[in-house]
Design a protein around this ligand. Structure first.
Ligand code: SAM
Ligand code: SF4
Length: 332
Protein backbone atom coordinates (compact mmCIF):
# COMPACT_ATOMS: atom_id res chain seq x y z
CA UNK A 1 0.00 0.00 0.00
CA UNK A 2 1.25 3.48 -0.80
CA UNK A 3 2.14 5.73 2.08
CA UNK A 4 -0.06 8.70 2.74
CA UNK A 5 2.09 11.80 2.22
CA UNK A 6 0.57 14.28 4.65
CA UNK A 7 3.51 15.71 6.57
CA UNK A 8 5.35 18.87 5.52
CA UNK A 9 8.61 20.03 7.06
CA UNK A 10 8.81 23.76 6.64
CA UNK A 11 12.17 25.48 6.89
CA UNK A 12 11.60 29.07 7.97
CA UNK A 13 15.17 30.29 7.60
CA UNK A 14 18.49 28.80 6.51
CA UNK A 15 20.58 30.81 8.98
CA UNK A 16 21.46 29.64 12.45
CA UNK A 17 22.94 31.02 15.66
CA UNK A 18 24.96 27.77 16.01
CA UNK A 19 27.36 26.17 13.62
CA UNK A 20 27.19 22.50 14.51
CA UNK A 21 30.17 20.65 13.14
CA UNK A 22 28.04 17.83 11.70
CA UNK A 23 25.55 20.17 10.05
CA UNK A 24 27.59 22.91 8.44
CA UNK A 25 30.85 22.65 6.52
CA UNK A 26 33.74 23.78 8.69
CA UNK A 27 35.31 27.16 7.79
CA UNK A 28 33.49 27.31 4.45
CA UNK A 29 31.57 30.43 3.45
CA UNK A 30 27.88 29.65 3.25
CA UNK A 31 25.68 31.37 0.67
CA UNK A 32 22.82 32.35 2.94
CA UNK A 33 19.54 33.43 1.43
CA UNK A 34 18.78 37.13 1.32
CA UNK A 35 15.77 38.28 3.34
CA UNK A 36 13.78 39.05 0.19
CA UNK A 37 14.24 35.46 -0.96
CA UNK A 38 12.62 33.94 2.14
CA UNK A 39 8.95 33.05 1.84
CA UNK A 40 7.01 35.67 3.78
CA UNK A 41 4.52 34.66 6.44
CA UNK A 42 1.68 35.61 4.12
CA UNK A 43 3.13 33.59 1.19
CA UNK A 44 3.58 30.60 3.45
CA UNK A 45 0.01 30.82 4.69
CA UNK A 46 -1.31 31.15 1.13
CA UNK A 47 0.61 28.02 0.15
CA UNK A 48 -0.70 26.09 3.14
CA UNK A 49 -4.33 27.12 2.64
CA UNK A 50 -4.53 26.97 -1.12
CA UNK A 51 -2.00 24.33 -2.08
CA UNK A 52 -0.79 21.99 0.66
CA UNK A 53 -3.96 21.47 2.68
CA UNK A 54 -6.08 20.77 -0.43
CA UNK A 55 -3.29 18.39 -1.54
CA UNK A 56 -3.76 16.39 1.68
CA UNK A 57 -1.11 17.82 4.05
CA UNK A 58 -2.37 18.23 7.63
CA UNK A 59 0.78 17.86 9.75
CA UNK A 60 3.46 20.52 9.80
CA UNK A 61 6.88 20.86 11.40
CA UNK A 62 8.72 24.18 11.55
CA UNK A 63 12.47 23.90 11.29
CA UNK A 64 15.51 25.57 9.74
CA UNK A 65 18.36 26.62 10.14
CA UNK A 66 17.17 27.84 13.49
CA UNK A 67 13.45 28.68 13.33
CA UNK A 68 13.50 30.73 16.55
CA UNK A 69 15.72 33.40 15.01
CA UNK A 70 12.91 34.29 12.65
CA UNK A 71 11.41 37.44 14.19
CA UNK A 72 7.82 36.51 13.22
CA UNK A 73 8.03 32.93 14.55
CA UNK A 74 5.26 33.38 17.13
CA UNK A 75 2.86 34.86 14.57
CA UNK A 76 3.64 32.04 12.13
CA UNK A 77 2.88 29.44 14.80
CA UNK A 78 -0.30 31.28 15.74
CA UNK A 79 -1.52 31.38 12.13
CA UNK A 80 -0.77 27.72 11.33
CA UNK A 81 -2.20 26.46 14.63
CA UNK A 82 -5.40 28.39 13.88
CA UNK A 83 -5.99 26.68 10.52
CA UNK A 84 -8.88 24.27 11.12
CA UNK A 85 -7.22 21.55 9.00
CA UNK A 86 -3.97 21.53 11.04
CA UNK A 87 -3.90 18.20 12.86
CA UNK A 88 -0.39 18.48 14.19
CA UNK A 89 2.10 21.33 14.50
CA UNK A 90 5.60 20.88 15.89
CA UNK A 91 8.95 22.64 15.89
CA UNK A 92 12.60 21.58 15.86
CA UNK A 93 15.02 23.96 17.55
CA UNK A 94 18.47 24.11 19.08
CA UNK A 95 16.77 25.47 22.21
CA UNK A 96 19.04 28.49 22.73
CA UNK A 97 16.20 31.02 22.49
CA UNK A 98 13.58 28.89 24.24
CA UNK A 99 13.99 30.52 27.68
CA UNK A 100 12.49 33.71 26.26
CA UNK A 101 10.22 32.23 23.57
CA UNK A 102 8.75 28.99 24.96
CA UNK A 103 5.76 30.55 26.72
CA UNK A 104 4.76 32.74 23.75
CA UNK A 105 5.02 29.74 21.41
CA UNK A 106 2.87 27.65 23.71
CA UNK A 107 0.30 30.45 23.99
CA UNK A 108 0.26 30.66 20.18
CA UNK A 109 -0.81 27.01 20.00
CA UNK A 110 2.42 25.01 19.68
CA UNK A 111 2.39 21.82 21.77
CA UNK A 112 5.25 19.71 20.45
CA UNK A 113 8.89 20.60 20.34
CA UNK A 114 12.10 18.72 19.48
CA UNK A 115 15.28 20.17 20.93
CA UNK A 116 18.76 19.18 19.80
CA UNK A 117 21.07 18.23 22.66
CA UNK A 118 24.22 16.35 21.73
CA UNK A 119 26.16 16.63 24.97
CA UNK A 120 25.80 17.17 28.71
CA UNK A 121 29.27 18.65 29.00
CA UNK A 122 29.62 22.39 28.39
CA UNK A 123 33.04 22.21 26.70
CA UNK A 124 32.05 19.34 24.38
CA UNK A 125 28.81 21.16 23.64
CA UNK A 126 30.72 24.28 22.54
CA UNK A 127 32.94 22.12 20.37
CA UNK A 128 29.90 20.48 18.75
CA UNK A 129 27.96 23.68 18.13
CA UNK A 130 31.05 25.56 16.92
CA UNK A 131 30.46 28.48 19.32
CA UNK A 132 32.49 29.59 22.30
CA UNK A 133 30.52 30.41 25.47
CA UNK A 134 30.66 34.03 26.63
CA UNK A 135 29.36 35.64 29.84
CA UNK A 136 28.48 33.95 33.09
CA UNK A 137 26.32 31.18 31.56
CA UNK A 138 27.68 28.63 29.11
CA UNK A 139 25.88 27.87 25.85
CA UNK A 140 24.97 24.52 27.37
CA UNK A 141 23.43 26.26 30.44
CA UNK A 142 21.28 28.35 28.11
CA UNK A 143 20.06 25.37 26.09
CA UNK A 144 19.44 23.33 29.25
CA UNK A 145 17.45 26.22 30.66
CA UNK A 146 15.50 26.29 27.35
CA UNK A 147 14.69 22.61 27.80
CA UNK A 148 13.59 23.18 31.41
CA UNK A 149 11.42 26.14 30.37
CA UNK A 150 9.79 24.10 27.59
CA UNK A 151 9.09 21.35 30.12
CA UNK A 152 7.68 23.78 32.69
CA UNK A 153 5.50 25.53 30.13
CA UNK A 154 3.90 22.18 29.28
CA UNK A 155 5.32 21.02 25.96
CA UNK A 156 4.42 17.37 25.67
CA UNK A 157 5.93 15.30 24.24
CA UNK A 158 9.32 16.87 24.71
CA UNK A 159 11.84 15.23 22.42
CA UNK A 160 15.60 15.60 22.52
CA UNK A 161 17.54 14.94 19.30
CA UNK A 162 21.07 13.55 19.54
CA UNK A 163 23.60 13.02 16.75
CA UNK A 164 26.56 10.92 17.89
CA UNK A 165 29.93 11.87 16.42
CA UNK A 166 32.60 9.27 17.24
CA UNK A 167 35.50 10.72 19.21
CA UNK A 168 33.48 13.79 20.23
CA UNK A 169 30.34 12.82 22.17
CA UNK A 170 30.21 9.02 21.89
CA UNK A 171 31.36 8.67 25.52
CA UNK A 172 28.08 10.32 26.56
CA UNK A 173 25.66 7.91 24.88
CA UNK A 174 24.63 6.28 28.18
CA UNK A 175 24.23 9.60 30.02
CA UNK A 176 22.11 11.02 27.21
CA UNK A 177 19.96 7.88 27.08
CA UNK A 178 19.54 8.08 30.87
CA UNK A 179 17.71 11.42 30.50
CA UNK A 180 14.68 9.32 29.58
CA UNK A 181 14.66 7.38 32.86
CA UNK A 182 13.25 9.83 35.39
CA UNK A 183 11.47 12.22 33.04
CA UNK A 184 8.86 11.71 30.36
CA UNK A 185 11.34 12.88 27.77
CA UNK A 186 11.94 11.13 24.48
CA UNK A 187 15.61 10.91 23.57
CA UNK A 188 16.06 10.28 19.86
CA UNK A 189 19.35 9.22 18.35
CA UNK A 190 19.71 10.26 14.70
CA UNK A 191 22.44 8.47 12.76
CA UNK A 192 25.07 10.90 11.53
CA UNK A 193 24.66 11.38 7.78
CA UNK A 194 27.27 12.51 5.28
CA UNK A 195 25.49 15.75 4.53
CA UNK A 196 26.65 19.13 5.71
CA UNK A 197 30.18 18.22 6.72
CA UNK A 198 31.35 15.30 4.61
CA UNK A 199 34.96 15.73 5.79
CA UNK A 200 34.02 15.22 9.43
CA UNK A 201 31.89 12.23 8.44
CA UNK A 202 34.84 10.70 6.57
CA UNK A 203 37.21 11.33 9.48
CA UNK A 204 34.98 10.45 12.43
CA UNK A 205 32.64 7.83 10.97
CA UNK A 206 29.23 7.12 12.45
CA UNK A 207 27.59 4.88 15.00
CA UNK A 208 24.64 2.72 13.97
CA UNK A 209 21.41 2.56 15.94
CA UNK A 210 22.00 -1.16 16.51
CA UNK A 211 25.35 -0.37 18.11
CA UNK A 212 23.76 2.31 20.32
CA UNK A 213 21.01 -0.09 21.42
CA UNK A 214 23.64 -2.69 22.25
CA UNK A 215 25.56 -0.24 24.47
CA UNK A 216 22.42 1.05 26.18
CA UNK A 217 21.03 -2.46 26.59
CA UNK A 218 24.19 -3.72 28.29
CA UNK A 219 24.09 -0.90 30.83
CA UNK A 220 20.38 -0.38 31.52
CA UNK A 221 18.53 -3.05 29.55
CA UNK A 222 16.37 -2.06 26.59
CA UNK A 223 13.00 -3.19 25.27
CA UNK A 224 10.69 -2.26 22.40
CA UNK A 225 8.20 0.35 23.50
CA UNK A 226 4.47 -0.05 23.11
CA UNK A 227 4.37 3.66 22.20
CA UNK A 228 4.31 3.98 18.41
CA UNK A 229 5.67 7.05 16.68
CA UNK A 230 4.23 8.26 13.41
CA UNK A 231 7.62 9.08 11.95
CA UNK A 232 10.77 7.20 11.01
CA UNK A 233 11.96 6.53 14.57
CA UNK A 234 11.98 3.00 16.01
CA UNK A 235 10.84 3.39 19.60
CA UNK A 236 12.45 1.53 22.50
CA UNK A 237 12.73 2.17 26.22
CA UNK A 238 14.85 1.42 29.21
CA UNK A 239 12.74 -0.92 31.41
CA UNK A 240 10.58 1.12 33.85
CA UNK A 241 11.78 4.42 32.39
CA UNK A 242 9.23 7.23 32.18
CA UNK A 243 10.35 8.32 28.71
CA UNK A 244 11.40 6.51 25.55
CA UNK A 245 14.38 6.14 23.25
CA UNK A 246 13.96 6.73 19.51
CA UNK A 247 16.38 5.56 16.84
CA UNK A 248 16.38 7.14 13.41
CA UNK A 249 18.43 4.86 11.23
CA UNK A 250 18.49 6.38 7.78
CA UNK A 251 22.08 5.16 7.26
CA UNK A 252 21.69 1.58 8.43
CA UNK A 253 18.08 0.81 7.55
CA UNK A 254 16.41 2.35 4.53
CA UNK A 255 12.97 3.58 5.56
CA UNK A 256 12.15 5.32 2.28
CA UNK A 257 9.21 3.00 1.80
CA UNK A 258 7.52 4.40 4.90
CA UNK A 259 8.41 8.02 4.13
CA UNK A 260 5.39 10.28 4.61
CA UNK A 261 6.95 13.71 4.21
CA UNK A 262 8.06 16.45 1.89
CA UNK A 263 10.22 19.48 2.59
CA UNK A 264 9.64 23.13 1.86
CA UNK A 265 12.84 25.15 1.99
CA UNK A 266 12.99 28.70 3.34
CA UNK A 267 13.06 30.07 -0.21
CA UNK A 268 10.03 28.07 -1.24
CA UNK A 269 11.53 25.04 -2.98
CA UNK A 270 9.36 21.98 -2.49
CA UNK A 271 11.55 18.86 -2.31
CA UNK A 272 10.00 15.42 -2.45
CA UNK A 273 12.98 13.75 -0.73
CA UNK A 274 15.71 14.89 1.66
CA UNK A 275 18.43 13.73 -0.69
CA UNK A 276 16.93 13.96 -4.13
CA UNK A 277 16.01 17.21 -5.80
CA UNK A 278 14.40 15.55 -8.82
CA UNK A 279 11.03 17.09 -9.54
CA UNK A 280 11.41 19.93 -7.03
CA UNK A 281 9.08 22.89 -7.54
CA UNK A 282 10.06 26.51 -7.03
CA UNK A 283 6.86 27.59 -5.31
CA UNK A 284 8.07 31.07 -4.38
CA UNK A 285 8.78 31.97 -8.00
CA UNK A 286 5.46 30.51 -9.13
CA UNK A 287 3.62 32.53 -6.48
CA UNK A 288 5.47 35.76 -7.21
CA UNK A 289 4.91 35.34 -10.95
CA UNK A 290 1.19 35.09 -10.28
CA UNK A 291 0.74 31.49 -11.48
CA UNK A 292 -2.80 30.34 -10.84
CA UNK A 293 -3.00 28.66 -7.42
CA UNK A 294 -5.07 25.77 -8.83
CA UNK A 295 -2.27 25.06 -11.29
CA UNK A 296 0.35 25.11 -8.53
CA UNK A 297 -1.83 22.75 -6.48
CA UNK A 298 -2.11 20.31 -9.39
CA UNK A 299 1.67 20.26 -9.79
CA UNK A 300 2.12 19.56 -6.08
CA UNK A 301 -0.45 16.76 -6.21
CA UNK A 302 1.40 15.21 -9.16
CA UNK A 303 4.71 15.44 -7.26
CA UNK A 304 3.13 13.70 -4.25
CA UNK A 305 2.01 10.86 -6.54
CA UNK A 306 5.46 10.63 -8.11
CA UNK A 307 7.40 10.71 -4.81
CA UNK A 308 7.74 6.95 -4.18
CA UNK A 309 9.72 6.61 -7.40
CA UNK A 310 12.18 9.40 -6.59
CA UNK A 311 13.03 8.62 -2.97
CA UNK A 312 16.80 8.53 -2.77
CA UNK A 313 17.41 5.32 -0.83
CA UNK A 314 20.60 6.37 0.89
CA UNK A 315 21.44 2.86 2.00
CA UNK A 316 21.19 1.45 -1.52
CA UNK A 317 23.44 4.10 -3.00
CA UNK A 318 25.75 4.26 0.05
CA UNK A 319 26.78 7.84 -0.54
CA UNK A 320 25.67 11.41 -0.91
CA UNK A 321 28.67 12.36 -2.98
CA UNK A 322 28.00 15.44 -5.04
CA UNK A 323 25.22 16.49 -2.69
CA UNK A 324 26.24 19.98 -1.68
CA UNK A 325 23.47 21.09 0.66
CA UNK A 326 23.57 20.96 4.44
CA UNK A 327 20.67 20.08 6.74
CA UNK A 328 20.40 23.74 7.72
CA UNK A 329 19.83 24.63 4.07
CA UNK A 330 17.41 21.83 3.26
CA UNK A 331 15.47 22.14 6.50
CA UNK A 332 16.40 19.14 8.62
N1 SAM B 1 18.41 24.17 14.30
C1 SAM B 1 17.43 23.22 14.68
C2 SAM B 1 18.05 22.09 15.45
O1 SAM B 1 19.27 21.95 15.44
O2 SAM B 1 17.31 21.33 16.06
C3 SAM B 1 16.61 22.70 13.53
C4 SAM B 1 17.33 22.37 12.24
S1 SAM B 1 18.49 21.05 12.31
C5 SAM B 1 19.08 21.03 10.66
C6 SAM B 1 17.42 19.64 12.44
C7 SAM B 1 18.07 18.36 12.88
O3 SAM B 1 18.99 17.93 11.89
C8 SAM B 1 18.86 18.47 14.18
O4 SAM B 1 18.33 17.56 15.12
C9 SAM B 1 20.24 18.08 13.78
O5 SAM B 1 20.89 17.36 14.80
C10 SAM B 1 20.02 17.25 12.54
N2 SAM B 1 21.20 17.17 11.66
C11 SAM B 1 21.89 18.18 11.10
N3 SAM B 1 22.92 17.72 10.34
C12 SAM B 1 22.89 16.36 10.43
C13 SAM B 1 23.68 15.30 9.89
N4 SAM B 1 24.73 15.53 9.09
N5 SAM B 1 23.33 14.03 10.21
C14 SAM B 1 22.26 13.77 11.00
N6 SAM B 1 21.47 14.73 11.53
C15 SAM B 1 21.79 16.01 11.27
FE1 SF4 C 1 22.00 25.14 13.45
FE2 SF4 C 1 20.45 23.04 13.86
FE3 SF4 C 1 22.39 22.94 12.00
FE4 SF4 C 1 23.07 23.01 14.55
S1 SF4 C 1 21.90 21.37 13.52
S2 SF4 C 1 23.95 24.29 12.90
S3 SF4 C 1 21.51 24.25 15.43
S4 SF4 C 1 20.61 24.22 11.95
Amino acid sequence: MMNRIDYLRISLIDRCNFRCTYCMPEDAEIDYLLKQDLLTQSELLTLLREVFIPAGFTRFRLTGGEPLIRSDIVEIVDAIAALPETQDLSLTTNGFLLPEKAQALYNAGLRRVNISLDSLDAATFDQLIGRRSTGSKTNWDKVWSGIQTAHAVGFDPLKLNVVVVPGVNDREILDLAALSIDREWHVRFIEFMPIGNGDLFEKAGWVSSADLREQIGQRYGIEESTVRGNGPADIFKIPNAKGTLGFISQMSECFCDRCNRMRLSADGMLRPCLLNETGQIDLKTELRQGTDLAEIRDRVIRLVEWKPEINYKLRDSGSTEGYARSMSQIGG
